[in-house]
Design a protein around this ligand. Structure first.
Ligand SMILES: Cc1cc2nc3c(=O)[nH]c(=O)nc-3n(C[C@H](O)[C@H](O)[C@H](O)COP(=O)(O)O)c2cc1C
Length: 381
């Protein structure tokens, strides 16, 4: 077997995983319309990838205001819960384990996506730069747009949002998910509270690092009560790439990323969260995470540690062997290779990703990537 360290057994909370290869959250913008409802085709897509030891759903908005891109699925209506149930049943039929990624984009949205055409909500009224929202312009067609200038949330509204996360977690369990992941990465709402670039509040949710972590802490506690901390994970993007925020198009470079994210991870440790997922800078030529940060994560956190971002099986196995990672996620490779774990185990070549069919559309580039036996003309038994 190739890369055996990716195939040793590991537990995650109450689950025993069949391997350490993870399907990370991947937005594909193919939910059913109207209503952003998960479809049978999505169930097929996830079923095809259930060879992963652990899977996380694409980001799913916890409420209508949490949407920043057309056609992403939600987890707040009964129809959405019923749609997701088809996904979880398909995954479970293949012996897979899947968590729902609970998503709220905050300021990375546009009035066209918001209920009543309102402006998006955020910790502070600061427009998101360098990122785009995506709105529908016609049936199946859409365009990237500048996010709208958001308005600042009141404290009462922040408390309501914490309750909405807990409700979304209840909905995820009702839909048959094995747990939930809080999306606190990539510049979206929870990340906006943590970052000095997006949070200029002067109340208990802004200012000091502990205040900026308060929203996260309250969500972790609220959602932890619903699902149990052993069925809860949190995703962060600690970017060290440069002190130049302008180079970063997703997420934030804090003045002190090391301290910011080690303190954030301590919030998870205190709550007994099952795993922390670290989404690394994933653009071409992005620098690697500092080794001392990886070591500090291991020291601060006793749950499972998951890394994603331009991993090859080789690099992932090396990180597991070094004792710095427990789980490795492969994003773009998993889009193009439904049987990725089998390909890694056997050293088979990988399909290449078609960039044109990533977002939106139907089967093409979604459920029609061939497994290896098909690609090579062999018949499967
Ligand atoms: C098409 C696409 C959609 C993504 N959607 C999400 C998402 O919904 N939530 C999230 O946390 N990360 C998302 N990501 C980031 C991935 O989970 C992952 O961290 C990233 O692709 C790096 O891994 P890779 O280099 O193996 O692709 C997305 C990435 C891609 C390419």
């Amino acid at each position: 077997m190739h890369h055996p360290s990716l195939f040793t057994s590991v537990t995650l909370g109450r689950h025993a995983l069949k391997n350490r290869i993870v399907l990370p959250p991947l937005t594909r913008q193919r939910s059913g319309q109207p209503g952003n409802v998960p479809t049978d085709l999505m169930a097929c897509y996830y079923r095809q990838r259930a060879g992963a030891g652990f899977m996380i759903s694409e980001g799913t908005q916890i409420e209508p205001r949490g949407q920043g891109y057309a056609w992403t699925p939600g987890i707040y209506s009964q129809a959405q819960i019923d749609g997701w149930r088809k996904v979880t049943e398909a995954v479970h039929a293949e012996g897979g384990i899947i968590f729902a990624q609970l998503w709220h984009v905050g300021r990375v949205s546009h009035t066209a996506l918001q209920p009543n055409g309102d402006v998006p909500v955020a910790p502070s009224a600061i427009q998101a730069k360098k990122v785009k929202s995506f709105i529908e312009t016609g049936r199946g067609a859409g365009t990237l747009v500048e996010p709208s200038v958001p308005r600042e949330l009141s404290v009462a509204e922040i408390k309501q949002l914490v309750a909405l996360y807990a409700q979304a977690a209840k909905n995820a369990l009702a839909a048959g998910f094995d747990g939930v992941e809080i999306h606190s990465a990539n510049g979206y709402l929870v990340n906006q509270f943590i970052s000095t670039h997006a949070n200029h509040r002067t109340d208990e949710y802004g200012g000091s690092l502990q205040n900026r972590l308060r929203f996260l802490r309250e969500i972790v506690e609220g959602v932890g009560e619903v699902v149990g901390p052993d069925r809860l994970g949190v995703r962060f993007t600690p970017l060290f790439t440069s002190t130049d925020q302008d180079r970063v198009y997703i997420g934030f470079v804090e003045d002190d990323p090391h301290q910011t994210y080690i303190e954030a991870i301590k919030v998870l440790e205190a709550a007994g969260v099952a795993y922390v997922s670290i989404a690394e800078a994933d653009w071409d030529n992005a620098p690697d995470l500092p080794e001392d940060f990886r070591r500090a994560v291991r020291q601060a956190f006793s749950g499972r540690i998951l890394y994603a971002g331009r991993y090859t099986a080789e690099r992932g196995a090396r990180l597991v062997d070094a004792g710095l990672a427990d789980l490795i996620a492969f994003g773009r490779p998993f889009i193009a290779n439904p049987d990725l774990p089998e390909r890694i185990a056997n050293g088979w070549p990988l399909n290449t990703l078609d960039p044109v069919t990533i977002y939106g559309g139907e089967e093409q580039g979604f459920t029609d990537y061939p497994v290896y036996a098909q690609a090579s003309g062999l018949t499967t038994k």
